[in-house]
Each structure stands twice: as C-alpha cells, then as structure tokens.
Design a protein around this ligand. Structure first.
Ligand code: XMP
Length: 310
C-alpha cells in the first residue's frame, strides 16, 4: 500500500466533496478520529471545525488531554458538553444493541446535527474503518458509527453528508497514515478506544456511579499495562456481584474484569500472558476501589469472545 498516495488522494477527495463549504470532525481521543481530523485539516484548513464531544463516557482527563495535543498541532478544538444528554439517553438500557443505538442516536441525531446546524457545515467527517464496517455487516455488533452500510442515509436522516476517508483501512493502516501525517506517538500509537466509550465496558445499565468506577479501574489498568505495548488493555465492570469481606464484614461487591489482548487489526485477538506479579498488583489496586471485591483476568481469545464486552 502506497500511504503517501493514499493521503494525497484523500486530501483531494475531501476538498472535492466539501467544496467551498465548512465541514466538521469530531474527535474521540482515538487514533481513527484523530487521523481523519489531521487529514481534513490538511485539506480544508480554517474551513474545518473540530469538536470533542464530552459524552460522560470518556476516560479520565480526556477532553483536556485531546484538546492540548491538537492545539500543539495548530488545530483548535471546541469541547461540547453533552454529558447530560448521553446519560439520559442511556438511562434504563441494559441491552448491548439498545445501548449502542442510544449512543449513535445521541451523537448523530442530536449532538452532531446541532453542531452542524450552528456552524453552517454541510458535511461531517468520520473515522469509520474497514473492521467497523465488516463486523457490523456480519451482524457481530452494530458499531456506533455505521450508517450508510446499514441503509441509513445521513443526509435524509440527520441533514448532513458523511465522508469516511479511512473506510478502506484497518487499524494498522490507520496508524501508518497517522504517523506519516505527523501525529505524535501518544496518539498514533494509542490503544484503540471505542466510540461508545465506557458504555461498552459496563455490562448492563450505565449510571454515573458505575462510570466513575470503571473510569478509575481503566486508569489503573492503562497505567499498569502501558509498558506491555499490547494492542488493547482495559477494565470492564460486570453486572453480577460476588460475596466478599471488607473490614471484617460481609460485602456483596462489584466485579471488575481486566482484559489485555494482542491483535494486528482487531479481527482476531489473544489474551496476553501477563506476569503473575503484575496481575496480582493490578488485582490489589482494583480491589481497593470502593465496593469492588473481585478482579478477574480474561483469557478468552477473539473469537469466540469479542474484544469489548458490549
Ligand atoms: P470488538 O469488541 O468488536 O472490537 O472485538 C473490535 C475493535 O473495535 C473497537 N470497537 C469500536 N470502535 N465504535 C468504534 O469506534 C464501536 O462501536 C466499537 N466497538 C468496538 C474495539 O475497541 C476493538 O478495538
């Protein structure tokens, strides 16, 4: 694959499709949306508006971290506070596909549509990659960012056009494009993070209390496992509870799963054989979080599991 040619072609294509209009990109903190943003900025300059939607489902300190990185690249980022909208949309939903649908609707029908309207943009640029499309079409899970491939016409449904410059690439290809576009390693090499964010790492209903817990566990896992250079590592909060002992008393506590997988492009994955001492250290830190008395390590490959839990 000639990545330099790919970049030139996509820049031209974005210019052609956007014409003299304004376009919007939405950063999620992941490598896909970051790459689309830099590509679109190269194509459109000041005619690109970049937003970061704070959906209450992000990792610790994320909105400010992402805005700081892009400021350094000369790309201003507007943070849109949509925390309440997402929490309200997810309230009472336990089914994985319903949760994904709620995230999709809130992003596209509500938040993006409003940003597009307010900025006068006609086009939204999207970080959809090939794996997202394939898994959605295979019926494995409805990735939050898949529209056209499911017969949704965004122009008719939401009032704006969607362009997906990365839809022929997989994760390894996106990283290569990111590197060539000069994205810093902290973004280009960043582990994948799904669009529906921590909602995919809470089994069952998403609440603020559970988000705080899985966010704190995620911070521990990311810090402890950063040096592994694994494809992806994170924490998941289960819906079940288990009996334990805290301060000499019975506690019916929460269960956190740690996942750390190796993969090339997310189509297949295997659990990393982490050193026992590392696992014990993580389990110790996680079981000190309030109300958590179990920490499990997931050994399941993909397939039959998927990488995320929802
Ligand atoms: P799964 O869980 O399907 O995940 O094995 C494969 C890869 O895709 C990420 N993922 C998503 N990314 N929107 C995204 O942008 C989504 O809805 C979504 N679901 C999963 C996941 O983190 C993994 O890297």
């Amino acid at each position: 694959m000639d990545y330099r040619k790919f970049i030139d072609q996509q820049v031209e294509k974005i210019r052609g499709e956007v014409g003299s209009c304004v376009a919007i990109t939405a950063l999620s903190g992941g490598v896909d949306s970051a790459t689309v943003t830099v590509l679109a900025h190269r194509a459109l300059g000041a005619r690109l508006k970049t937003i970061f939607v704070d959906n209450a489902l992000m990792r610790e300190g994320e909105p400010r971290r992402v805005a700081r990185v892009f400021k350094k690249l000369g790309i201003p980022v507007e943070i849109v506070d949509a925390r309440r909208e997402f929490l309200d949309a997810l309230a009472g939903l336990a089914d994985p596909e319903q949760k994904r649908q709620a995230v999709t609707d809130t992003f596209y029908r509500d938040v993006f549509a409003r940003s597009v309207r307010e900025s006068g943009a006609r086009v939204l640029l999207h970080g959809t990659i090939l794996t997202d499309i394939e898994e959605t079409l295979a019926g494995i899970k409805r990735q939050h960012n898949i529209l056209a491939q499911l017969g949704v016409d965004p122009e008719q449904e939401y009032g704006y056009k969607v362009i997906e410059p990365l839809k022929t690439l997989r994760k390894d290809g996106v990283r290569e494009v990111a590197r060539r576009l000069g994205l810093p390693a902290e973004i280009a090499k960043r582990i994948p993070f799904p669009g529906p964010a921590l909602a995919t790492r809470i089994v069952g209903e998403v609440t603020e209390e559970k988000l705080d817990l899985v966010r704190a566990a995620t911070a521990i896992v990311e810090k402890e496992l950063e040096s592994t250079k694994a494809f992806q590592y994170f924490a998941v909060l289960l819906e079940d509870r288990a009996t334990g002992i805290r301060d000499g008393r019975r506690e019916f506590g929460r269960i956190i799963v740690v996942r750390c997988v190796d993969s090339k492009d997310a189509r297949k994955a295997t659990a990393r054989r982490l050193p026992w001492a590392k696992l014990e250290r993580i389990a110790g830190r996680i079981s000190r979080l309030p109300g958590v008395n179990r920490c499990l390590y997931d050994l399941t490959p993909k397939p039959p599991a998927t990488i995320e839990y929802v």
